[in-house]
Structures are given as structure tokens and as C-alpha cells.
Design a protein around this ligand. Structure first.
Ligand code: APR
Length: 257
């Protein structure tokens, strides 16, 4: 990230009235939330997470998949929002029409002060019945994270196993969330994409919709992604450092951040 790039991105943000902030796993990396692609430990070394995150895996071994997600939920519960999440909330406070769209299944945007994000891939905190979709209560939290297999609770309505409320590979995205995301991207006057490899579709199309309709796209990521080509500005660096710097660049006179 260089001074001129940050200044240009700050100028675009300051001129925006209805930006979209589109986030992926890199947004939460500095909070210590591991991505699928991060090194895994213990029992989980043997498994490919992309293969655990499927309807077929849950059908074949519900306790394996439920235990893995309960471990992830415990990890997120112990994590704290980072300076990047707080900067997103600051953008929203400054520009109330800001729409936050996330692929993340953690709750760090909310805890960082942003208004309810559009969730394209569901949430670790919204389990539901695998058969009848009836919402299920979150299990009581134990002090120790589950270290392995764990039987899922039974649905209170139909007794089928409860599943995590996330979107698995091969599943459709929640229709309302996808429609809200596409609509926000189509009407935004700036799209800020943060910490996503932009490889997983259809979510990765959201920034492309904005670009196609003429909104400038600003990217925050330490490395190149397929979105580089459509970006007005690429800010190479970690979200927890770049986003606060971007907010300061957009509104240099503001105090209290
Ligand atoms: N700040 C910003 N970006 C970062 C940081 C950071 N501190 N650390 C890593 N990144 C970037 C990486 O360079 C990478 O481009 O975050 C991106 C993370 O990419 P993925 O792990 O592919 O995450 P994401 O794009 O959210 O994946 C999309 O795929 O794993 C499934 O369903 C899951 O929602 C997820 C979807």
C-alpha cells in the first residue's frame, strides 16, 4: 500500500454516499479466526475442511461435522473483533446507507459495531433442523471447546439431527440475502472488497456486479486476487491496518478514532 493509492481510495470513500463493504475470511484473520485454508491441528489434521463442509459429509457422519463446527463456534466466541471490523463500523456510522455484505459465518462485524450484515453463507450461531429447517437453540456453551466428534442435538419438532446454519459447498445461497447483496451492489457508488480470495461463487460475483455497473471497486488484500483487474485501487495489506488508515484518509478531520 502506498500513499497515493491510500489517498485515492480515501477520496473515493469520502465521495461515496451508499458504499458496499464486501468481506471474506481475511477480515477476521487478525482476530485469530482460522480460515478453511489455514493449518489445522489435532484430530482435524486428517480432514479436508472443504470435504467436511458438504451435505454429503453431514449425512455420512453427523457427529464428525457437528463436532467440527462446534469447535469453530467456540473459537469464534473467544475471538474479538479487530481494528478492521471497527473501521467498517466507523464507515457505516459516517455513511448510514453503507451495506455490509459478508461471506463470513462469525459474528465479528456485529460485535465490532456494524449493523446486521447481509450474510451470504449463513452463521455459526443459527443452527436448524437438517430435515425440516426448524430453528434450533444453540447448545449450552461448555468451557472447553469440543475436541472431536460430537452428536448433534435432535430437532424439537421432528427429532432429526440439527445442523449448523451455514451454507455448505453445493448448496444454494439464502435467496433473500443473495438478492439483497446483488441489489446493494447494483446501486452502490463504491464497493470495498476486503479479505476475500474471490474464488467462491456466486458470492464472488457481488463485486463484479458493482464494477459492471460503473461503481469503483477498492480492494484490501495482502495478495493479488481475480478481482485485481476490475479494481480502481488495490490496497495491499492486512485489513486491521489498511481499513483504519483508509478511514483516516477519507475523513482526516474526524477525531475519536
Ligand atoms: N487482511 C485482508 N485480507 C487477508 C488477510 C488480512 N489480514 N489475511 C488473509 N487475507 C486474504 C487472503 O489473501 C485471501 O485472499 O483473505 C483471503 C481469504 O480467502 P479465503 O480463505 O478463500 O476466504 P473467502 O474468500 O472468504 O472464502 C469464501 O469459501 O471457505 C469457503 O464458505 C467459505 O465463505 C467462505 C468462502
Amino acid at each position: 500500500m502506498t500513499g497515493p493509492e491510500l489517498a485515492e481510495a480515501g477520496r473515493l470513500l469520502a465521495a461515496a454516499t451508499r458504499p458496499v463493504v464486501f468481506t471474506g475470511a481475511g477480515m477476521s484473520a487478525e482476530s485469530g479466526v482460522p480460515t478453511f485454508r489455514d493449518a489445522r491441528t489435532g484430530l482435524w489434521q486428517r480432514y479436508d475442511p472443504a470435504e467436511l463442509a458438504t451435505p454429503a459429509a453431514f449425512r455420512a457422519d453427523p457427529a464428525l461435522v457437528w463436532g467440527w463446527y462446534e469447535g469453530r463456534r467456540h473459537g469464534v466466541r473467544r475471538a474479538e473483533p479487530n481494528a478492521g471490523h471497527r473501521a467498517v463500523a466507523a464507515i457505516q456510522a459516517r455513511l448510514p446507507e453503507t451495506v455490509v455484505i459478508t461471506q463470513n459465518v462469525d459474528d465479528l462485524h456485529e460485535r465490532g459495531g456494524a449493523a446486521a450484515p447481509v450474510r451470504l453463507h449463513g452463521s455459526l450461531f443459527a443452527p436448524r433442523c437438517a430435515a425440516c429447517d426448524h430453528p434450533a437453540p444453540l447448545p449450552d456453551d461448555t468451557p472447553e471447546p469440543p475436541a472431536g466428534r460430537l452428536d448433534p442435538p435432535a430437532c424439537a419438532r421432528c427429532a432429526a439431527p440439527v445442523r449448523p446454519g451455514v451454507v455448505w459447498f453445493g448448496e444454494a445461497l439464502p435467496e433473500a440475502a443473495l438478492a439483497a447483496a446483488v441489489e446493494a451492489a447494483a446501486r452502490c457508488d463504491l464497493l470495498l472488497t476486503v479479505g476475500t480470495s474471490a474464488l467462491v461463487h456466486p458470492a464472488a460475483e457481488v463485486p463484479l456486479v458493482a464494477a459492471r455497473l460503473g461503481a469503483p471497486v477498492v480492494q484490501v488484500n495482502p495478495v493479488e486476487t481475480p478481482l485485481d483487474a476490475v479494481c480502481a485501487v488495490n490496497l495491499r495489506g492486512p485489513a486491521g491496518e489498511v481499513l483504519p488508515a483508509l478511514v483516516r484518509a477519507a475523513w482526516p478531520g474526524d477525531v475519536g478514532r
